[in-house]
Each structure stands twice: as structure tokens, then as C-alpha cells.
Design a protein around this ligand. Structure first.
Ligand SMILES: Cc1cc2nc3c(=O)[nH]c(=O)nc-3n(C[C@H](O)[C@H](O)[C@H](O)COP(=O)(O)OP(=O)(O)OC[C@H]3O[C@@H](n4cnc5c(N)ncnc54)[C@H](O)[C@@H]3O)c2cc1C
Length: 302
């Protein structure tokens, strides 16, 4: 064991677990072990852990709900930081807001807002993942996205903690400065704008979105959309037109219901999903000359 790791264990011993299977921490239920899994229970703790890792020059992977990643079968070497910082504070008034730590599950937060008759986050009620993952990737659905609600986010960089107003996030379609730049940064918390409504209005909207999702997206363990939609087209349409819906490798399948969803039918290996990814990319490129780019991130040792 390296010296820096010993220091980490000495400080956060009870929060560090060795050789932990990461599959249960992902929406697709796929992936090998983390050498070390460190759980942060508050934003302060998250900041302390990550600052310490930067200080000691240790690499790490920041894990939210694992709903936009494919972890390799070999798993993640070194340290994985699991975000379970889940405090929430509502601010009432004529322009209500909610502040949430980055480990809060976004859909839970949206439902809490609904139960208070606060509107604005209905789109998020059916999107898996944490606030941190959503702020990082500008998650969105049904015409809404993080960029439309975020007032500011508390970001940790090597320079320290700072509030970043939404403009500084350089949001684009499912991307942000955190995603496309090399800057080391972690989302600690976010402040989101809401609107006063009635519980019924909010509940009706969430119900409609949830029905739409059920009718368009397949059930089962997956990573959501596998590929980004190419300009003026849909990845799912191209995969379907290439005749790949229902194609199976091992227990991994390109959903017969939606070509951009790859489903785990049980004990699926990451390598089988990867093989399906490569098959889809090659077939679509050969047939239509379109390069499908991954929406999800490949994480770990491949
Ligand atoms: C069934 C299904 C449906 C989906 N539908 C949608 C949809 O409609 N719209 C949509 O936008 N997405 C959708 N997704 C994708 C996913 O919900 C989002 O990308 C989500 O925001 C990811 O959050 P997470 O916590 O799971 O992130 P993870 O998958 O854990 O991590 C994703 C990336 O974010 C980084 N990250 C996580 N937390 C932090 C943090 N605190 N600070 C800095 N970086 C961080 C990670 O390091 C990683 O690089 C869907 C996924 C599934 C499985």
C-alpha cells in the first residue's frame, strides 16, 4: 500500500472499503471491483476527501449513481469516491429555490418539490442519477434541463471551493465546462430555481412525463441512451434501420423496443456491452456513413 493511501485510510478508515464490486452501484448493474471505495456522506466530507486525494497526487473516479457510465469487468484501479451527500434545504418566498448537496437523487428531489406544490423540476422526476451527475452533464428531458434551473453550483477545484453561476458552466446539449475541459472539478451542491404552483398541477405534469417515458423507453437495467444523437437524426433510428434491434451478445441486448438502449438481462459482462457498442458503430458507419459517438462514459481498466 502506498503512503498517501495509508494517510487516507488513517483519516477516513471507516468510510473506506477494499475490493468492492461496483455493479450494484450502477443502473446497468455491470462492472468489476473498485480497489478502494470511499463514501462521502456530506458535501464537506466530499470536499475534504477529494482535496486530500489531489494533495497526495492520487487518482480517483467520482461516482454518482452510475447511470451514465459503463464500468469495465476489471473494475477501477485505485480509489473510487461514492457521493452520498444528501442534504436539502428549501427557501420559500415569491421566488422559491432549493439547495441540494450533489449526492441527492434528482428524481427524489423533483418529487419532494411536487409534494410542496413547487414547479420547475417536473422534467427531472424520471431522470436517474444524482444532482452532481446532472450538473456535470447538463441532464435534461421533455424540454427541460439543468441549465434552465441552475442558479449556481458550488464547485471544488484545486483553487478551493467557489460558487459558479450558471453562465460559468458553459452548458450545451448534455455537456458543460466540467465535462469538456481538463480542469479537475467536483460538484458539491447546487441551487435550483422553482416556481409556485399547486400540488395537482405539478403531479399531473410528472404523471404525463412518466407515461411518455414508459411508452418510449424499454424496461430493464441499462445506461439510458448509449449514443448521442447525430445532427438531424436519431441514434436509435439508425441502429434500427441497420437491423440491429434485438441483437444479443451474451446477456447483453440492443433493446427490441429502442435501438439506443442496451439492456442487461442478468450477469452481463461489460465486454459484451462493449462488443455490442462496436458492432453498432461499425454497422451504422458501413451502412449510412455516420459515426455514432458514445453518450455514456467508459470507465475503469479495459
Ligand atoms: C434508464 C435511463 C434513462 C436516462 N434518461 C436520461 C434522460 O432523459 N436525460 C438525461 O440527461 N440523462 C438520462 N440518463 C442518463 C443519466 O440519468 C444522467 O446522465 C445522470 O445525470 C447521471 O448522473 P449519475 O449520478 O448517475 O452520474 P454517474 O453515471 O455516476 O457519472 C457520470 C459522470 O458524471 C461525473 N460526476 C458524477 N458526480 C459528479 C460530481 N459530484 N462532480 C463532478 N462530476 C461528477 C462522473 O465522474 C462521470 O464522469 C438516463 C439513464 C438511464 C439509466
Amino acid at each position: 500500500m502506498t503512503m498517501p493511501l495509508k494517510v487516507l485510510l488513517a483519516r477516513f478508515g471507516d468510510k473506506v472499503k477494499e475490493n468492492v464490486s461496483l455493479a450494484p452501484y450502477t443502473s446497468a448493474r455491470i462492472g468489476g471491483p473498485a480497489d478502494y471505495l470511499v463514501t462521502a456522506s456530506t458535501a464537506d466530507e466530499l470536499a475534504e476527501i477529494v482535496s486530500m486525494l489531489w494533495d497526495k497526487g492520487l487518482n480517483y473516479f467520482m461516482l454518482g449513481s452510475g447511470s451514465n457510465i459503463l464500468i469495465s469487468d476489471k473494475g477501477i484501479r485505485g480509489i473510487t469516491v461514492l457521493n452520498r451527500a444528501r442534504a436539502v434545504r428549501f427557501e420559500n418566498g415569491s421566488q422559491p429555490k432549493v439547495w441540494a448537496e450533489s449526492g441527492v437523487i434528482f428524481s427524489n428531489l423533483a418529487n419532494r418539490c411536487a409534494s410542496k406544490g413547487l414547479s420547475g423540476l417536473e422534467w427531472a422526476a424520471t431522470v436517474p442519477g444524482t444532482i452532481g451527475g446532472a450538473v456535470y452533464g447538463n441532464a435534461g428531458a421533455f424540454g427541460g434541463d439543468v441549465s434552465g434551473n441552475l442558479i449556481q453550483a458550488e464547485i471544488l477545484t484545486e483553487a478551493g471551493r467557489a460558487q459558479w453561476p450558471v453562465e460559468k458552466m458553459e452548458y450545451g446539449y448534455r455537456t458543460s465546462v466540467l465535462k469538456h475541459s481538463q480542469t479537475k472539478a467536483v460538484v458539491l451542491s447546487a441551487e435550483l430555481s422553482l416556481k409556485i404552483a399547486t400540488k395537482e398541477e405539478v403531479a399531473v405534469k410528472i404523471e404525463q412525463f412518466s407515461e411518455r417515458r414508459k411508452s418510449t423507453q424499454p424496461p430493464g437495467a441499462s445506461m439510458g441512451s448509449m449514443f448521442k444523437n447525430p445532427t438531424d437524426d436519431y441514434a436509435g433510428r439508425l441502429i434500427e434501420a441497420a437491423g440491429l434491434k434485438g441483437t444479443r451478445i451474451g446477456n447483453a441486448e440492443i433493446s427490441p423496443a429502442h435501438g439506443n438502449f442496451f439492456v442487461n438481462h442478468g450477469q452481463t459482462k461489460a465486454s459484451d456491452i462493449r462488443a455490442l457498442i462496436e458492432l453498432a458503430q461499425k454497422t451504422v458507419a458501413d451502412k449510412f456513413g455516420v459515426k455514432l459517438e458514445l453518450e455514456i462514459e467508459l470507465i475503469g481498466e479495459w
